[in-house]
Design a protein around this ligand. Structure first.
Ligand SMILES: *Cc1c(COP(=O)(O)O)cnc(C)c1O
Length: 416
């Protein structure tokens, strides 16, 4: 057995008792016997979402039929939900629209931004970016073979790859593996200095790390609806465009719902003013309604409170794991400095996949990210400090007893 270092942390009981947002847990469905450390991948179900979706189906769709486009204002849902998200990302009302997957939204903003940058042919990103972001960029390059995509590798600063040929800097704000937060303001400034535009993917930021899009001078951003926003599997993404671009930019998937007047049915496309031109076709009313409902929790909590609890929880987890698992083969890969660490914490372990499977069997649900990362997400809206301690203890036990070393834990499943 390894020696445990003595730890002097306040008791979880006291922290939970004094937690100003502890009561929000009641708004969420967290199954008994589960410690859910994967809210960064699929947020838990807010209880009211079941009722809302049921009502939308039975009343609005079932009885209202097509009349509901007007009577319940389905038409405005992408903007209404956008307005709920805006304060979390430093945007103003009317600047955010919601719909489609993050990948599609990213395609739209990257292609739209490229059109503002005629004569420049380089996109700078980083190789460790979330793969879908890289795939979308590669797909755009296949349509525009003259483009060059430059990837920062091995922790290299992407700012070093910028030059006067650069059209766009496309980065993810919080790294999906390590949780490291990129300096949005500094990198945006660096891009602007060479005349490039900055596009930010907020998938692991929105709802967990305060983002200041307008203040940082960013140009475009997209983010995810099913992670920290708890909108449900496949929930629609959000798109923000800086007001200075919104009225003049053309997006490539121009469709009738982004038209100034869809029901004029004109053969010519005339974009809607501002951000609504980033809508393509008929919107996912059921999914938008679920996300709209999930966003109501933010009427009772500030992003700063969530961030404070998030830092306390991730810091506690790191301290406990390092104390209890010393010598058991886990290495922290997330930043130790809480200021540059987002809402999840990753440790490397040689048998990461099996370790996570063993934890999941015990009801401690984290996830595995190739090649060797144990990833734990902390959603302060519904996670108790007590659960942090239990999760750290479970991990230490799995490692100490090597219970992960069983054939059933090494069989790879499709979704990890
Ligand atoms: C989760 C995530 C996505 C998700 O994309 P979808 O198209 O919504 O599946 C995209 N980018 C990043 C950085 C992510 O973390």
């Amino acid at each position: 057995m390894s020696e445990s270092k003595p730890l002097s942390l306040p008791s979880a009981e006291v922290l939970d008792r004094d937690d100003p947002i502890a009561h929000l847990r009641q708004e969420f469905e967290v199954p008994d016997g589960v410690i859910y450390l994967d809210g960064n991948s699929l947020g838990a179900l807010p209880r009211s979402v079941s009722l809302r979706v049921h009502r939308v189906i039975e009343d609005e769709w079932g009885r209202g039929l097509i009349r509901s486009w007007n009577s319940t204002d389905w038409y405005e849902l992408p903007s209404r939900v956008g307005d709920r998200i805006a304060p979390l990302i430093g945007a103003r009302p009317g600047e955010v629209v919601v719909g489609d997957s993050t990948s599609i939204s990213l395609f739209r903003v990257v292609a739209a931004a490229l059109r503002l940058q005629e004569g420049r042919g380089v996109i700078v990103t980083e190789r460790s970016n979330f793969p879908t972001d890289l795939y979308i960029l590669e797909g755009i390059k296949r349509m525009r073979p003259e483009l060059e995509i430059r990837q920062a590798v091995d922790g290299e600063d992407p700012a070093h790859l910028l030059d006067e040929r650069t059209a766009l800097l496309v980065l993810t704000h919080v790294d999906y593996r390590t949780g490291r937060i990129r300096d949005m303001e500094a990198l945006t400034q660096a891009a602007h200095q060479v005349g490039a535009l900055a596009i930010w993917d907020l998938s692991h930021s929105t709802g967990i790390v305060p983002v200041r899009l307008n203040d940082s001078g960013a140009d475009f951003a997209v983010g995810c609806g099913y992670k920290y926003l708890n909108g449900g599997p496949g929930a629609p993404s959000h798109t923000w465009v800086a007001p200075r671009h919104a009225d003049r930019v053309e997006q490539p998937l121009a469709g009738w719902f982004g038209h100034r007047d869809p029901f004029a049915f004109t053969p010519e496309y005339v974009p809607a003013p501002g951000i609504r031109r980033f809508i393509t076709g008929t919107q996912q009313v059921l999914s938008l309604s679920a996300l709209d409902e999930a966003m109501k929790v933010w009427e009772h909590v500030e992003i700063a409170q969530v961030r404070a609890k998030s830092i306390a929880q991730t810091s506690r987890f790191i301290a406990m794991v390092e104390a209890q698992c010393a010598g058991l083969g886990v290495t922290l890969v997330s930043p130790r400095d809480a200021e540059v660490r987002g809402g999840h914490v990753s440790f490397a372990h040689e048998h990461g996949y099996a370790v996570i499977q063993a934890l999941i069997e015990r009801g401690v649900i984290g996830d595995f990210r190739a090649p060797n990362l144990l990833r734990f997400g902390f959603s302060p809206l519904y996670l108790r400090f007590e659960e942090i301690d239990q999760a750290a203890a479970a991990l230490a036990d799995v490692l100490r007893t090597r219970s992960w070393d069983a054939p059933r834990f090494t069989e790879r499943r499709r979704v990890t």
